[in-house]
Design a protein around this ligand. Structure first.
Ligand code: BES
Ligand code: MN
Ligand code: ZN
Length: 502
């Protein structure tokens, strides 16, 4: 079943233990013992090696393992003589959260396809333990493949993983880290799904399936409903496609909710393929555009995970789904489009379609959902990638406390965001001679900033934040926690932030 490969990505069976010798005494075939190595030798690593029936000094002298973050040294052990088949020594370098997360990712990669792993972690801090497990889950992932036998999962991650750690509530920490990183895998799976499969209706169907599994409420607007309620932006962008647009709303309501429980609305850009429209992209620029729906995949995966994590606030995800295609019915440069709520927009470039679909969803959220915080995430501008490249995402916000909270969540989740200005000096460039607004600020530069200024016109007086993941949303390489393709960047950050929002 296609849905299951994507919405149910394979993840190891994770458990915890507190006594390494006891865990290793349990017989298991083809087991690998994983021992992290800090910058300098520690008593914990010596204890782990001893428990595996090895002499620490001898192992270190013989193999001279590297201790930089993510460096992996493999040691085969003699069958019968040791409680594990092999030993994986993994550097965690300076021991920062990022170092532990990327070391975990290398363990995830190195243990793919194996039966069992035991992680001898000593007594890590809670956030270190979580970062390690997240890294393992993310690094263990490979893209599904669409084969002659249908869609199949990629290489499986290690079958079972036991975390041996002397840390309070290790069980709960591991469980949460798996939920968070698994949500990111769901976002990735959706992002790498080919665009001939994932049109807007398909995305809506995935949202229904996932929401049903978690007991969340779903509403889907088809093209008729969009027209009768005035979603002119989604309809304009989707007009050139054989696959009509959709708006999807998924609601997480905590069981403890009372009328005063805050509501966060998350809006995701869901362009299932971005040809650029009539102002068509050059072929190089178009190649990656099946991932232009990453924002919508992330907000969907996040709202589903909120249910599993018992996030105590109301969370509503809005997926603004359309395909930006070339056709006689496509919207044109110079058109005037009426967005949800009535604001008219002069189309400056059909390739700036993201802000048009986002404007409808943001205006709907502001007018109908009374959010305490409105946040959107979008692969919005090539300019974001030019400004901050591939590991940091521009953040824009109308509220300092909100911006600070997101920056902090970015630091602890390893998904770094950098606040950029909603510079009023450039706002005039969005004035139009023929409509309420023009949608690109031609000749001004600062494309990520002016796109954010455009979105701000649709959020009313809300506390609002915008993440532009055009640079971070895709990776060209298998490296760190990322695999080639969609990264799901923002999933961990949003969940960290939501878990802390009260
Ligand atoms: N989806 C693109 C942005 C993008 C570019 C995402 C590269 C990922 C990688 C967006 O719809 C787009 O085409 N933006 C244009 C806007 C311009 C026409 C004002 C851009 O950034 O060039
Ligand atoms: Mn575009
Ligand atoms: Zn786009």
């Amino acid at each position: 079943m296609p849905a299951d490969v994507i919405l149910d990505p394979p993840v190891s069976a994770w458990t915890t233990g507190s006594d390494l010798a006891a865990v290793l005494a349990d017989p298991a075939e083809d087991r690998v013992l994983v021992v992290p190595l800090s910058a300098g030798a520690t008593a914990e690593e010596a204890a782990a090696l001893t428990a595996a029936g090895l002499d620490p000094a001898d192992v270190l002298d013989t193999h001279e393992p590297e201790r930089t973050a993510g460096a992996v040294t493999r040691v085969s052990l003699r069958p019968g003589a040791h409680p594990a088949r092999r030993l994986l020594l993994v550097g965690v370098g300076d021991g920062t959260l990022d170092a532990w997360r990327s070391a975990g990712a290398e363990v995830g990669r190195a243990t793919r396809g194996l039966a069992a792993a035991v992680h001898a972690l000593g007594s890590p801090a809670a956030d270190v333990l979580a970062a390690w497990v997240e890294g393992c889950v993310l690094g263990g992932w490979t893209s599904p493949r669409w084969t002659k036998d249908g869609p199949v999962a990629g290489v499986d991650p290690v079958g079972s993983a036991v975390v041996v750690a002397d840390t309070d509530e290790a069980d709960d920490l591991v469980r949460r880290a798996v939920v968070v990183s698994r949500a990111q895998l769901v976002a990735r799976g959706l992002a790498v799904t080919p665009a001939n499969i994932k049109n807007p209706a398909w995305m809506a169907a995935q949202a229904r399936t996932l929401a049903d599994r978690h007991g969340l409420d779903v509403t889907v607007w088809d093209e008729k409903a969009l027209a009768s309620e005035g979603f002119g932006g989604l309809l304009a962008v989707g007009a050139g496609s054989a696959s009509p647009p959709r708006l999807v709303r998924v609601d997480h309501t905590p069981p403890s909710a009372v009328p005063t429980t805050p509501r966060v609305v998350l809006v995701g850009k869901g362009i299932t393929f971005d040809t650029g429209g009539l102002q068509i992209k050059p072929s190089d620029g178009m190649l990656a555009m099946k991932t232009d729906m990453s924002g919508s995949a992330i907000v969907l995966a996040v709202v589903a995970a909120c249910a599993e994590l018992d996030v105590p606030v109301r969370v509503t995800a809005l997926l603004a789904l359309a395909e930006n295609a070339v056709d006689g019915a496509s919207y044109r440069p110079g058109d005037v489009v009426t967005q949800y709520g009535g604001t008219t927009v002069e189309i400056g470039n059909t390739d700036a379609e993201g802000r048009i679909v986002m404007a409808d969803a943001l205006a709907y959220a502001d007018e109908q959902l009374d959010p305490d915080v409105l946040l959107d995430i979008a692969t919005l501008t090539g300019a974001a990638r030019i400004a901050l490249a591939r590991v940091m995402a521009p953040l824009f916000a109308t509220d300092d406390a909100l911006a600070d909270a997101l920056v902090r969540a970015g630091e602890s989740s390893g998904e770094t965001v950098w606040r950029m200005p909603l510079a009023d000096a450039y706002r005039r460039a969005l004035d139009s001679d023929v409509a309420d607004l023009t949608h690109i600020a031609d000749g001004v530069g600062g494309g990520a900033v002016t796109a954010a200024l455009f979105l701000r016109e649709f959020v009313g007086q809300r506390r609002w934040a915008h993440l532009d993941i055009a640079g971070t949303g895709r990776s060209d390489v298998d490296a760190g926690v990322n695999a080639k393709g969609g990264t799901g960047f923002g999933t961990r950050l949003l969940l960290r932030w939501l878990e802390e929002t009260r």
